[in-house]
Design a protein around this ligand. Structure first.
Ligand code: UDP
Ligand code: MG
Length: 329
């Protein structure tokens, strides 16, 4: 008899009546295979989070829960978007299991990567990012926009793991620390790196959606990127401040040039004073905006009340993992 970690797979579902009947048994089989391989407890679960679907998704989840005790579900009072659905599932799971794996319900993320994720966890990692190695099945447009998304995010100071969406293993220990991040605008894939702890990545190939349609058109992706940047980074404010300094310097140079031209008699009356006022005031205004922005940025970060430190080990505590309960087998 040996202790094994309890795994909860957290699966957000929004209007997924077409895919759920196909992918749900695949999740169950994966749980069984992992348990049979002796990697996880037989008490593991597949947790479906219904994100206020307008179709039969919740009925399907309820039926599944009646069929097999390994299927469980929670229903949100209305649609709140993918990120909040995943968060709801993770927070529901955090005290009832040892590890969670969040994954989309459309079969696009290769479930076989879970084996490697659990192996990495058993080897000591607390967060394991699923990273897409290829995107050949995505259209050229989706691939280019999605990869541009990660590059732009990093450029704007929001650190994200390249090509990692929300397919991720997180231990309950990390989730309990994560619960202290109480901010409302959440961008999960950029927040877990902030929490820290030992992490690694596993690579998988992204498949096509088994059925139904994507809920992430370009408009939503742009909104997600904008939310991610403004939630994680104040770099755009720094860019404004930096631009202000450059514009001010240029303004001084142009003003000097305008005065020189005036003395050389190349200008019309009133031109020099107008140019000087525009250039100097324009620069000053941008610099002032940048300085005010710095205060707003600080206030913004303070209002999030994020934890200032998180302790991962103590010498007087055993490093051995304590599973929630002993697996009886
Ligand atoms: N989803 C959700 N709430 C929403 C939109 C999507 O819970 O408002 C779920 C959806 O059911 C799926 C996952 O989020 O499990 C990813 O959505 P989708 O496959 O449409 O996005 P894509 O893979 O095309 O980026
Ligand atoms: Mg999808």
């Amino acid at each position: 008899m040996s202790a094994k970690p309890i795994l909860w797979i957290v699966i957000p579902c929004y209007n997924e009546e077409q895919v759920l009947p196909i992918t749900a048994p695949m999740f169950l089989n994966k749980l069984k295979a992992l348990a049979d391989a002796g990697k996880i407890s037989k008490n593991s679960r597949a947790l479906f989070v219904n994100d206020g679907s307008k179709d039969r998704t919740w009925e399907i989840i309820c039926d599944l829960a009646k069929q097999d005790e390994h299927y469980i579900g929670i229903c949100q009072s209305r649609n709140r978007g993918h990120q909040n659905a995943v968060l709801a599932g993770l927070m529901e799971a955090k005290d009832k299991c040892d590890i969670t794996i969040s994954i989309d319900c459309d079969g696009q993320d290769d479930m076989n990567a879970m084996d490697q994720m659990v192996d990495e966890y058993l080897a000591g990692c607390e967060v394991v990012y699923g990273v897409r190695s290829k995107r050949e099945t995505d259209t050229w447009f989706k691939r280019t926009t999605a990869e541009g998304f990660y590059k732009f995010m990093n450029l704007m100071g929001a650190e994200v793991v390249f090509n990692h969406a929300d397919y991720r293993l997180v231990s309950s220990r990390v989730l309990n620390c994560f619960a202290d991040y109480e901010e409302v605008n959440i961008f999960l894939r950029g927040m877990f790196p902030l929490v820290g702890f030992k992490s690694t990545s596993v690579y998988y190939e992204r498949a096509e959606r088994i059925a139904g349609e994507s809920h992430y058109p370009l408009k939503k992706m742009l909104a997600l990127a904008f939310n991610g940047i403004t939630s994680l980074s104040v770099k755009p404010i720094n860019i404004i401040a930096g631009t202000g300094v450059i514009v001010s310097l240029l303004g001084v140079i142009i003003a000097i040039w305008a005065i020189v031209e005036a003395f050389r008699g190349n200008t019309m009356a009133g031109w020099t004073s107008t140019v000087c006022i525009i250039c100097l005031l324009g620069g000053m205004q941008l610099v002032s905006l940048g300085i005010i922005g710095q205060y707003i940025g600080k206030t913004y970060l303070e209002t999030k009340r994020r934890p200032r430190y998180i302790i991962s080990e103590r010498t007087w505590e055993s490093k051995d993992r304590h599973w929630i309960e002993e697996d009886q087998q």
